[in-house]
Design a binder for this molecule. Structure first.
Ligand code: HEM
Length: 487
């Protein structure tokens, strides 16, 4: 007869055991996404593993994802997200918790309201047009580099009101070094603070980013000062308040002018953490969504044809704008489907502050939790033929049947991505502008594989050859222009 103590011992979910003393972690494997998928197949919806002293539960079922993301605020904190890379993100919006996070989120929200997004849409179309104008048919490009570059320009102009082209040369390689040092074994070495050559490169890259960001802050302060001195003159003449004269504020201005209850402004360190978070979260992810979209379009000519048909019918060769977004429905589906197959944020971490009941298990306070967009969004229970790129699956009827949180590329609940609206607008307008003019063909002899790091980058980039589309309204306009100028 078993003793009552044993009978009531909490059940532990199945999972890999790993090495004695060390345990295991999906983050240590070169192909972390594949490891997670294998665990889901071998052990089911709730998987337990231990890494050193850290007990970790991986939850794959949409219902369990919902319990975490919509759970009692305060019970689920960021945990490993904050611990994994404190030098980079510091205590910014992505990593902070509690009342401090709430205050910072409230402060940043206005920069993502509808009117602000409409302003960013104009910048997006301008930058997309500039990019496609300097492309030439027949040339070969790394489309991932192009997308990183254009989304960085857009975020710098939109959120920080600056071009700073000279700084792009610093930000891009620094980010590359950071991502390369945050994969597989390196990410574990980071977590444990083990010095490795990659870690040294990582710190150098963070230092370079810091220089750029402190420069952005200093410029923002200067701009504000001169606006305020100009304002005093204007205000004394017209009686208008600061808002009347400055109009909508960019994010940096909002952060610079914010005051806490005692009237204190943010320290330079806090400003740096917020700016770096927005700068990185605001362009890396959207660039990846676009890079993977071009890859999937090149691999699926029938989808590409349907996309071109929509663009030709809806835009007829003119530049798109924010008001076209509701009509570009197929374009939207292409982006959604790409976010399903290649989610730029491919896993989410949390730590429980209290006991948490999930399925048949009781997780003690202090448990680490992993949710994986990569696995859940490729689960055949929710998505038939899950590995197939099928934008058509996003029809109303199928969407209505989908369990909530079977698809969560932007997370959910109070910590949902603050930039989701911005990102969808940006991806749609960039794709629409470029695809009106060009068809992108993958060059032969390249292996395109995802590199699971902080985000999901293509490991070796994506090389494409540009083909100008013939018989489109854009091409017809160009031919007419050429004829007119030669006449
Ligand atoms: C396709 C593009 C994007 C994807 C897939 C994405 C994904 C995500 C996800 C999954 C989260 C939640 C993380 C968690 O719960 O731990 C998140 C949070 C966040 N994202 Fe995005 N994001 C994208 C674009 C953007 C853009 C354009 C911005 C800003 C301009 C941005 C800024 C942020 C910030 C600041 C947070 C933290 C929000 C908070 O905790 O209050 N993201 N993003």
């Amino acid at each position: 007869m078993s003793s009552p103590a044993i009978a009531s011992a909490p059940l532990r979910p199945p999972g890999p055991r790993g090495l004695p003393w060390i345990g295991t972690s999906f983050m240590a494997s070169r192909d972390s996404t594949r490891t997670l998928s294998r665990w889901a197949r071998d052990y089911g919806d709730i998987v337990f593993y231990r890494f050193l002293d850290f007990p970790v539960y991986v939850l794959f079922h949409p219902q369990h994802v919902e319990q975490v993301l919509l759970g009692k605020t305060g019970n689920f904190v960021k945990g490993m997200t904050a611990r994994a890379n404190p030098e980079l993100f510091g205590n910014g919006l992505l990593t902070s918790d509690g009342d401090f996070w709430r205050r910072q989120r409230r402060l940043s929200n206005p920069a993502f309201h509808r009117e602000s997004i409409a302003r960013y849409a104009e910048i997006t179309v301008e930058e997309a047009a500039k990019l496609s104008q300097c492309w030439k048919a027949g040339e070969t490009r790394n489309i991932h580099n192009d997308m990183m570059n254009v989304t960085l320009r857009i975020v710098l102009r939109s959120l920080f009101g600056t071009h700073l082209a000279e700084h792009m040369k610093i930000i891009e390689p620094a980010l590359g070094a950071i991502m390369a040092s945050s994969t597989g074994f390196n990410s574990i070495a980071f977590f444990l603070r083990i010095p490795t050559p990659k870690r040294k490169l990582h710190f150098l890259a963070v230092q370079r980013l810091n220089e750029v960001v402190y420069g952005l802050i200093a410029r923002g302060r200067e701009k504000l000062k001169s606006a305020e001195s100009g304002l005093q003159t204007v205000g004394s003449q017209t009686g208008g308040g600061p808002q009347a004269a400055t109009g909508a504020k960019d994010l940096l201005t909002l952060l610079l002018t914010a005051r806490d209850d005692e009237g204190n402004s943010m320290s330079d360190q806090q400003l740096r953490d917020e700016v770096i978070t927005l700068l990185l979260a605001g362009h890396e992810t959207t660039a990846l969504n676009l890079s993977w979209s071009w890859y999937l379009l090149a691999e699926h000519p029938e989808v590409e044809r349907a996309l071109h048909a929509e663009l030709d019918a809806m835009l007829g060769g003119r530049a798109p704008s924010a008001s076209d977004l509701p009509r570009l429905q197929y374009t939207d589906k292409v982006i959604r489907e790409t976010l399903r197959l290649y989610p730029p944020a491919w896993r989410i971490f949390r730590r429980t502050e209290e006991v948490f009941q999930v399925g048949d298990y009781t997780l003690p306070a202090g448990s680490n939790i992993v949710l994986s967009q990569w696995v859940t969004q490729r689960d055949p229970r929710w998505f038939p033929e899950p590995d197939r790129f099928m934008p058509e699956r996003w029809n109303e009827e199928a969407v209505a049947k989908l369990p909530r949180f079977a698809y969560f590329p932007f997370g959910g609940g109070p910590r949902v991505c603050i930039g989701a609206g911005f990102a969808m607008m940006e991806a749609t307008l960039l794709l629409a502008t470029i695809a009106q003019r060009f068809r992108l063909r993958l060059t032969p002899n390249q292996r395109i594989t995802p590199m699971p790091s902080i985000t999901l980058r293509p490991r070796h980039g994506i090389r494409v050859k540009l083909e100008e589309r013939a018989n489109t309204p854009v091409a017809a306009d160009r031919a007419n222009e050429a004829q007119a100028s030669s006449a």
